[in-house]
Ligand binder design. Structure first.
Ligand SMILES: Cc1cc2nc3c(=O)[nH]c(=O)nc-3n(C[C@H](O)[C@H](O)[C@H](O)COP(=O)(O)OP(=O)(O)OC[C@H]3O[C@@H](n4cnc5c(N)ncnc54)[C@H](O)[C@@H]3O)c2cc1C
Length: 401
């Protein structure tokens, strides 16, 4: 009986993942093991508490070392730096299972792995990799990624943050906003312009004089993830903290590719959870003497949801293969991020309606997924900008600059 179970928010409900096109047949035993162990960990450590954390705007920072031990941070980075050394499909499946429970927790993990560890791995010196990557992988250290500024969101190339060479150090000024993990991060990978107006990455450590990380409160979305600003007021940054191996916007955009790919899988997780919860509810909820799942209008919603999820799964799976082969393009990644997040948001909205009044409560996950996905559809490139990236790719003409 739903009413009886109507979950004490402390009870994780069982979950059967939709697999309409037998995608599991394409997954190796190792993939399934990774997916299932992530699912089990999330069911035990996050699901029972996530409603309360989100309601209270608490981020489970006490769990970051356990998340590190699970291999959630930088899953596809090499073992030589203390990382799991998995492939891109494994990484995607991990993101799917984390976001099945909550987009905020997935945001914390993907910022750490794709936007902090990846740029250090890809663009950092050997000393920087040795110093930071093992600690970031284990969760002993947490990081954030500073690209967006108050007046430069979709157009990060216009950023005002800048640094000057002072001989034995750099002097950094400016600010960033909407930065996931900033209020508690130990380090920040910050993108700023050098004296020639070229964008470069710097690693900042908490405690540097003039560096502060005010929290952004009053969010209705990603409430179990902390978001904040980064403020640089004449921060002296040691020269060895400059990422030496990239210059220009391609630095931050390269990391965003990696993160957006993970988001395409994460969105599938949120969509699966909404669909499964609605299906289960619709089969048990009786109105006019029969289950509401027996009415055509509800079947239409459910049938469209499972169709969308199937398309999303196939898109991300194929993209994962291309990522593994080093063939995925930024534009292909844009398409998957945009399609899957929009699909998940629509599924969250429709599934919430299937639950009627119960759908707005914290006893079920849809309202939280729906609010979370409003951020996911905006960050890492908005829904509009990703469409324009596809448009530019197929026509050869940019419509956004
Ligand atoms: C919860 C949360 C967490 C975030 N975490 C991070 C983080 O960790 N690090 C980080 O650097 N950033 C982060 N962001 C910032 C995020 O990436 C930006 O919000 C996003 O890039 C959009 O920028 P903006 O909010 O300034 O919107 P704007 O760029 O001002 O866009 C406003 C609207 O205008 C549209 N628009 C803009 N330009 C065009 C155009 N040329 N043509 C058509 N339409 C256009 C957009 O699609 C959008 O609908 C986060 C944001 C949120 C909400």
């Amino acid at each position: 009986m739903i009413a009886k179970e109507k979950n004490s928010s402390k009870t994780a409900h069982p979950f059967e993942a939709p697999d309409y096109y037998l995608l599991d047949d394409l997954l190796s035993e190792e993939y399934i093991l990774i997916r299932n162990s992530t699912r089990d960990w999330m069911n035990t450590h996050i699901s029972p508490f996530i409603n309360d954390w989100a309601q209270n705007n608490e981020c489970p920072t006490h769990l970051v070392q356990e998340m590190g031990a699970q291999g959630f941070f930088g899953p596809s980075l090499p073992e030589s730096y203390g990382c799991p050394g998995l492939d891109e499909i494994s990484y995607g499946l991990i993101m799917q299972e984390i976001e099945r429970v909550d987009s905020g927790i997935r945001s914390m993990a993907s910022v750490q792995g794709s936007l902090v560890m990846y740029p250090i791995y890809k663009y950092g010196s050997e000393e920087q990799k040795q110093k930071y990557l093992p600690k970031l992988a284990s969760g002993e250290m947490m990081g954030c990624f500073g690209l967006t500024e108050p007046d430069h969101g979709s157009n990060p190339g216009g950023m005002l943050s800048n640094f000057r060479d002072m001989g034995d150090h750099y002097l950094l000024n400016g600010s960033k906003t909407w930065i996931s993990n900033s209020p508690f991060a130990d380090i920040a990978v910050v993108w700023a312009k050098n004296e020639n107006g070229r964008i470069q990455g710097l690693i900042l450590e908490r405690g540097m004089e003039g560096f502060s990380t005010p929290k952004i409160d009053n969010k209705w979305s990603l409430r179990a993830s902390h978001t904040g600003e980064l403020v640089f007021d004449n921060v002296k940054v040691p020269k060895e903290n400059l990422l030496p191996n990239v210059i220009g916007l391609k630095g931050p955009l390269g990391c965003l590719d990696k993160a957006r790919y993970g988001i395409s899988w994460g969105a599938i997780g949120a969509a699966m959870d909404c669909y499964y919860t609605a299906l289960r509810y619709a089969k048990e909820r009786i109105q006019f003497d029969k289950p509401i799942a027996g009415y055509q209008l509800q079947q239409k919603k459910l049938a469209e949801m499972v169709t969308e999820i199937t398309k999303m799964q196939l898109l991300s799976y194929r993209l994962g293969q291309l990522m593994n082969e080093g063939k995925a393009t930024t534009q292909q990644i844009s398409m998957a991020k945009r399609n899957n997040v929009a699909g998940a948001l629509e599924i969250a909205r429709e599934s919430r309606q299937i639950l009627g009044g119960m759908g707005i409560t914290g006893d079920y996950s849809m309202m939280r997924h729906m609010m979370n996905l409003e951020s996911v559809i905006t960050y890492e490139g908005t829904h509009d900008i990703h469409l324009l990236i596809t448009g530019m790719d197929i026509t050869g003409i940019s419509a956004f600059r």
